[in-house]
Design a protein around this ligand. Structure first.
Ligand code: ATP
Ligand code: MG
Length: 353
């Protein structure tokens, strides 16, 4: 059987470089390779509301922003169905059944949820919806028969939870025919791209933390952010030896620099290894390394920004496409929801004599 691919993002802000290397690049690669049965990208508005209940406008307005980011970054809408989560009600019905297979303590042990609870100050009162989002995410994945989920590392516990739900479902209801396929995460090859750190050097780059370079940032903002990135606080004079570990500028170079970039922008070095060696020895200033990184990011982001300008003139067309796609996604999810209810013995029409 061919693969079905599904992935998504919360419309809590524009997409950033973490999304780009963590998931979007893999999506574009898969999309262009072909050979899959279906490819969905879900804009997870309902999930975004689980920690933004009072900020409905923020979530609502970012739906179109995220859609524009996808298309500007290379997603082809003739190959991929981009839809809006809340317009597929089947997902929420499925979640209601899945909630019976997962304990509160299991959700509290989820390492990503643990981190996010701390980050959001939810230690004393966690909204049930927020704690439950891994279960709701399992529905998003399973409702479409998904086999491959291109994501960053923070999503691995969610895929694990999804697989556990499939196993519980199969153990309890012992369906005669397969209802759910077991999904696999697809992570980027490069370790650094699986969890790109934020500009502050503390946690992963994230919309909710405000430590991100966005795909839509203008030239000046990108440069300002690059120049403010966390490096080695003990590397004070140019002559001082510098540390690479935890130095965000080098982390970003690991993710984005190629040997060609050296030829073009910093020909005195052959590659990143040489640059790192010099930095470690001393005699190489942060500004020079930052300006190099800035050149690379400007070259990457300028065409994405250009495409965005065009799409911003066609917002209605994009909304219409999202609504149309959501209807198609709903029809598709309904098929698996019906199979699930059948396997559970919830088909009440069979009671008619
Ligand atoms: P929020 O702060 O609202 O949770 P976010 O920046 O974490 O937003 P999500 O919408 O939660 O973004 O994540 C969408 C996808 O992007 C997921 O697959 C996630 O793994 C990936 N992703 C997000 N941030 C990073 C990052 N810094 N590095 C690699 N992948 C990332
Ligand atoms: Mg997140």
């Amino acid at each position: 059987m061919k693969d079905i691919i599904l992935t998504g993002d919360r419309p809590t802000g524009n997409l950033h470089l973490g999304h780009y290397v963590g998931s979007v690049l893999n999506r574009v690669k898969l999309q262009n390779q072909g050979g899959y049965e279906k490819f969905y990208i879900m804009i997870a508005d309902t999930q975004a509301l689980t920690d933004n209940a009072e900020r409905v406008d923020r979530v609502k307005n970012n739906i179109i922003q995220v859609a524009i980011d996808y298309i500007s970054a290379g997603i082809d809408t003739s190959k991929v169905n981009i839809f809006i989560q809340s317009l597929v009600p089947e997902l929420f019905e499925m979640t209601s059944y899945f909630m019976n297979f997962v304990s509160v303590s299991r959700l509290q042990r989820n390492p990503t949820i643990k981190d996010e609870i701390k980050q959001r100050g939810f230690e004393r009162t966690i909204p049930i919806g927020f704690l439950n989002y891994p279960v709701s995410q399992a529905s998003d994945i399973l409702a479409f028969g998904t086999t491959v989920v291109p994501v960053g590392e923070d999503q691995l516990p969610m895929i694990e939870q999804t697989r556990e739900i499939v196993n519980s479902f199969n153990n309890i209801y012992k369906p005669k025919e397969e209802v759910f396929r077991l999904p696999k995460a697809l992570l980027p090859e490069e370790q650094i791209c699986r969890r790109l750190p934020g500009l502050d050097g503390k946690v992963k780059m994230s919309k909710s933390v405000g430590n991100a370079i966005y795909l839509c940032d203008d030239e000046k903002t990108i440069k300002e952010k690059v120049m403010s990135a966390y490096t080695d606080p003990d590397h004070i004079r140019v002559s001082d030896p510098g540390k690479i570990e935890g130095n965000i500028v080098f982390s970003y170079l690991d993710a984005f620099a190629s040997d060609d970039d050296f030829k073009k922008y910093l020909p005195e070095y052959k590659n990143l290894e040489e640059l790192k060696e010099h930095y470690k020895k001393g005699g190489l200033g942060d500004v020079k390394v930052k300006l190099f990184l800035n050149n690379i990011l400007q070259e990457l982001l300028a065409p994405i920004r250009e495409k965005r300008r065009y799409l911003e003139e066609h917002i209605n067309d994009i909304y219409e496409l999202l609504f149309e796609n959501s209807k198609k996604a709903s029809t598709q999810a309904h098929i698996i929801l019906d199979k699930m209810k059948d396997a559970m013995g919830l088909d009440y029409t069979k009671l008619l004599k």
